[in-house]
Every structure is written in C-alpha cells, then in structure tokens.
Design a protein around this ligand. Structure first.
Ligand SMILES: *Cc1c(COP(=O)(O)O)cnc(C)c1O
Ligand code: SF4
Length: 347
C-alpha cells in the first residue's frame, strides 16, 4: 500500500492511496463536489481496505447515497442559525454558548450535522468578528460556560488558541471552558505540548472527544488523550449512533470501555441528526433505546453515555431514554428487564 503522508482530499486521491477502487471514482467525485472530503494519514492508517464494512471507512469515505436527500432533512438540522446573536456565537441555553472559531475540520465525517457549514476554505472568525463575539460573552453575565466548537478548534495554532483561551479566561463570569474536538483521533500529532499548554488558563477546562468506534482509539490517539488528561484537563466523549458503525451493543460497549480505559468519561450518545444525505446512517430511536438498555445491562456505569436527540428547529437536546419507570411510577425495570413494584408511600 502506498505511503499515506498527507491528508486525502479528493476522490482521485482516495483512489491513488488505494482507499477506494478506481471504479468508484466517477460516482464519488460527484459526492466530493457537494460535501468536503478529508481523511488524515492517522485515519487512513486505521482503515482495513479488505473489510467492505470497515467502520472507519464508513465514517469518512464518501458514499453515493449522500446525494439522496429526504424531505425531513435540513441543512441546519439543529437550528444553530436561529440562535446566533453575533457571528460565531450560538446562544440557545441561558448559561452556555457555542463559540465557533473555525469552520474547517481535520477530517470530514460523512454524517456531519453541520455538513452544510463546514469545509476547507470556509475560513475562521476574523480578528474583528472574534472581538465582537468575545464582547457579547463579556457583556452577557449569565454565560457560565463557553463551548469551543466548529469546525474543530484544535486546528488553530497553539498561539491563536492561547489567545482565545486567555481572553475567555479573563471574563469573570465565564467559569468553564469546554472544547469539542476530533483532533486527538484524526491528527494526534497536533496535540503537542504547546497546544496542551495553550488550553491551560487556570479556569476549569474540559475536552470532549468525538469518537464512534473503538478502532479510532489507536496507540497514538490514546497517547494524545493522555497528554491532555495528564495536564489536568479532564476528558469526556460524545458519539453518534450510526448504522453500520456502532449500532450494536457489543461494538458500542467496546467503544465505551476503550474510552473509560483512556480515562475519558462517556458523555453523550447522539441520535443521528437529520442532516442532508445521511439517511443510510440513521437508526430508529427504538433501536437506539434497545441498544442503550442492553448497554446498561452489561457494562459498568462508567460506560453509560446519555442518549440524546437534538430537537430539529433549535429547541435543544433532550434525553430519549430508554425509560425504566412505568408512567404512573409504581413499577421499575431492573437491568435484566424484570419489573418490580415500587412502594407508593416512597413516591
Ligand atoms: C449541544 C449544545 C450545547 C451544549 O449542551 P450540553 O447539554 O451542555 O452539552 C450548548 N449550546 C448549543 C447551541 C448546543 O447545541
Ligand atoms: S468533526 Fe464534527 S463538525 Fe467536523 S465533520 Fe465531523 S461531525 Fe462535522
């Protein structure tokens, strides 16, 4: 197999690197013209090209089904635009905001909920726009937490990251800074001593890793996460429930265990959003609940993420079960599925 030393950004580069067969070129060029493609060397190395169902390939190699859109799908599936007071800021919940510094990612996930907004050359917030965004945060005193997301904030140079972190940390009412990223997996070499130092400001800082399959946590990714955690930055994870990637309890459980073994606490399992051209990735909510029930039955409490749905239209995230309590709260189901009466007096 040819050496993969650069990020693959087009269908023809995927053919050259032998990630896809030449006969798929024409079809995938159409997809690549519509949605950004990037597969970093670190992720290309994880793809088993002999496996037609490889869970890494499925997440990052374009697929012609992405050109099929459905009526209920939406270019802004979680309604970010409806809640943006100034460029780069999404303020949906009173106590926390998203701050989107860059619109590029290290890799482009084929199921991305922001796929209409992210891509190379979509730029970053300009210096002036960043100042406007920080001014909004500084004058809005109920903002307790700032979540850096995007795009991937860890694509910023350590110098720019340090600048933003320092300016956020200087805002008195901002007590917590959270960073959502895929870089420790997609480009672990970018998690350098300098970038980790840039995250350390004295304010409570959490890093949330997007990971969907245990294969993503190779040796280099684990080492990158350890560098972050050893620096005093706790890590959480978020995963997306994806058909053909992690939609069975054994695969999902292995992912959650791999995360916990890396000292990363599973936080959210997202039901796949209604992003355009992603129907082949979506499970039903009933399937998701069944998987969550089985996960609860077989794996440590540390391995339990919360299964959530981002309500279309910008209404926020809500937990979607499964539910263990009967509607009248008189019966509770245990981890084996057996029901038990619950004394009325204790309700
Ligand atoms: C997901 C999200 C958050 C963070 O929500 P948590 O439940 O605190 O993780 C904040 N703002 C917006 C707009 C979001 O979409
Ligand atoms: S890393 Fe996140 S924002 Fe970037 S393509 Fe993947 S899902 Fe989308």
């Amino acid at each position: 197999m040819p050496a993969r030393d650069k990020t693959l950004r087009s269908a023809s580069e995927l053919v050259e690197a032998q990630v896809i067969k030449p006969e798929r070129l024409a079809g995938l060029q159409k997809v690549a013209a519509r949605y950004a493609v990037a597969i970093t060397p670190a992720l290309a190395d994880l793809i088993d090209t002999a496996n037609p169902h490889d869970p890494i390939a499925r997440q990052f190699v374009p697929d012609e089904r992405e050109l099929e859109t459905h009526a209920q799908e939406n270019g802004d599936p979680i309604g970010d635009e409806a809640h943006s007071p100034v460029a780069g800021v999404v303020h949906r919940y009173p106590d926390r905001v998203l701050l989107k510094l860059v619109n590029a990612c290290a890799v482009y996930c084929r199921f991305c909920f922001r796929r209409e907004m992210v891509g190379p050359g979509r730029g970053a917030l300009t210096g002036a726009a960043l100042t406007t965004a920080l001014d909004y945060i500084a004058r809005t005193s109920q903002i307790w937490e700032v979540i850096l997301t995007g795009g991937d904030p860890l694509l910023l140079s350590p110098r720019r990251l340090k600048d933003v972190m320092t300016r956020l940390a200087a805002i008195d009412h901002v007590k917590v800074i959270r960073i959502h990223t895929r870089v420790p997996i997609a480009a672990p070499e970018r998690v350098t001593a300098a970038s980790v130092r840039a995250l350390r400001t004295g304010k409570a800082t959490f890093l949330v890793l997007h990971a969907n399959h245990a294969h993503e946590l190779g040796e280099k990714a684990r080492a990158a996460c350890a560098r972050v955690i050893d620096a005093g930055i706790p890590m959480l994870s978020q995963s997306v429930l994806l058909r053909g990637v992690n939609d069975d309890v054994g695969t999902l459980g292995a992912l959650m265990r791999a995360l916990v073994e890396c000292r990363i606490k599973p936080y959210y399992l997202h039901h796949a959003d209604l992003a355009p051209g992603t129907a082949h990735f979506r499970t039903t909510i009933a399937e998701g609940q069944e998987i969550m029930r089985a996960l609860r039955g077989r794996y440590s409490g540390l391995c339990q993420p919360q299964y959530v749905l981002d309500i279309p239209g910008g209404h926020g995230k809500s937990p979607i079960g499964p539910n263990y309590l009967s509607p009248d709260r008189t019966e509770i189901t245990d981890f084996k599925g057996a029901r038990h009466a619950y004394a009325a007096a204790a309700r």
